[in-house]
Write a protein that binds this ligand. Structure first.
Ligand SMILES: NC(=O)CC(=O)C(=O)O
Length: 307
């Protein structure tokens, strides 16, 4: 019987851009600035453009409620979510897939009027249609004495679903947010379900960033033999939270293809499905797993919801 070559996870090469954006307190100005920078990123030939976590607001628990927008039912009105409509227009106007960082989301229970807040990422197609939504699953609750204490769960609720988004021209991409990158199971499940890239809008800080940001990007890439993109806000030392910056793209062999500094920047990298196959052929982890010794975390379970 003739053997057929399986299709590449990434159907054709694509340039991906991370926009390391400087944002401030003025949401309208942040949206306009994001639109300008996304246009700049698209002008480089990038067809997948990524924005950072909380790109339309400062990052912090004090800010989530006042910047939150209503996203459901979808599509929201422009009054409910100016960011939704701004992102859709950025994708459409530039003919790109836009992984729109994240924004604080407000969900109001229609019966009880109880308000719930999420940290939510929206991905749009080149026609401006919403392709997928990810609510940050793992909330950023840490306390490192004399360095940093942060407790997103004081205000936010966690999402409950893994997010795999089909980009019709390219293949499946997994989207998760910042602290989600620290949980290898999530990445492993997404990779075993066939994504070509793990994309994390994020905002590490000057304590954890230097130690863990690049390391985690490389770890998720080498574990799963896929591309990884981490997209941060630019550092602003006048803000309450000092983002690490250093947006980067890692290839399936864990080589850092490109990395920004601290300031505003657009970094781009060419992704190629052949590189994923080469990495997997050279180091055939997929065929060497011992599911007779440990369970396949991707086989079943509640994490299976997809966009
Ligand atoms: N901001 C985050 O969600 C995560 C972070 O800064 C870290 O894990 O460190």
């Amino acid at each position: 019987m003739a053997s057929s070559t399986p299709p590449l996870l990434l159907k054709k090469p694509v340039k991906l851009a991370c926009v390391q954006l400087a944002s401030g307190a003025d949401k309208a100005a942040n949206l306009q600035h994001a639109a300008d920078k996304v246009r700049e990123a698209a002008a480089t030939g990038a067809k997948i453009v990524v924005l950072p976590e909380c790109f339309n607001s400062p990052y912090g628990c004090d800010f989530f409620p006042s910047y939150a927008e209503t996203l459901l039912p979808s599509p929201p009105t422009p009054e409910q979510s100016p960011s939704f409509h701004a992102l859709a227009a950025m994708a459409r106007d530039n003919n790109i897939y836009l992984i729109g960082g994240s924004i604080p989301e407000l969900a109001t229970d229609p019966t009880t009027q109880k308000k719930t807040y999420y940290n939510t990422s929206l991905t749009f197609s080149p026609t401006g249609d919403l392709l997928g939504t990810h609510r940050k699953i793992h909330l950023f609750d840490i306390s490192i004495p004399n360095k940093i204490t942060f407790k997103e769960s004081d205000v936010l609720s966690p999402g409950n679903a893994l997010t795999l988004i089909p980009l019709p021209d390219y293949g499946l991409v997994a989207v998760a947010i910042c602290y989600d990158v620290r949980f290898p199971e999530l990445a492993t499940i997404a990779a075993r379900r066939g994504c070509f890239a793990l994309v994390y809008p994020g905002a590490f800080n000057t304590t954890t960033g230097p130690l863990h940001w690049r390391l985690l990007g490389q770890a998720r890439a080498v574990d799963n033999q896929v591309y990884v993109a981490l997209c941060s806000p630019a550092r602003d030392m006048t803000a309450g939270y000092h983002a690490w910056g250093h947006s980067l793209v890692v290839d399936p062999m864990a080589e850092v293809l490109v990395e920004a500094g601290e300031g505003e920047a657009i970094v781009t990298a060419e992704l190629n499905g052949e590189r994923i196959e080469e990495a997997r052929k050279g180091i055939p982890l997929r065929d060497q797993r011992r599911f007779d010794v440990y369970p396949d975390v991707s086989a079943a379970g509640p994490a299976g919801a997809e966009a």
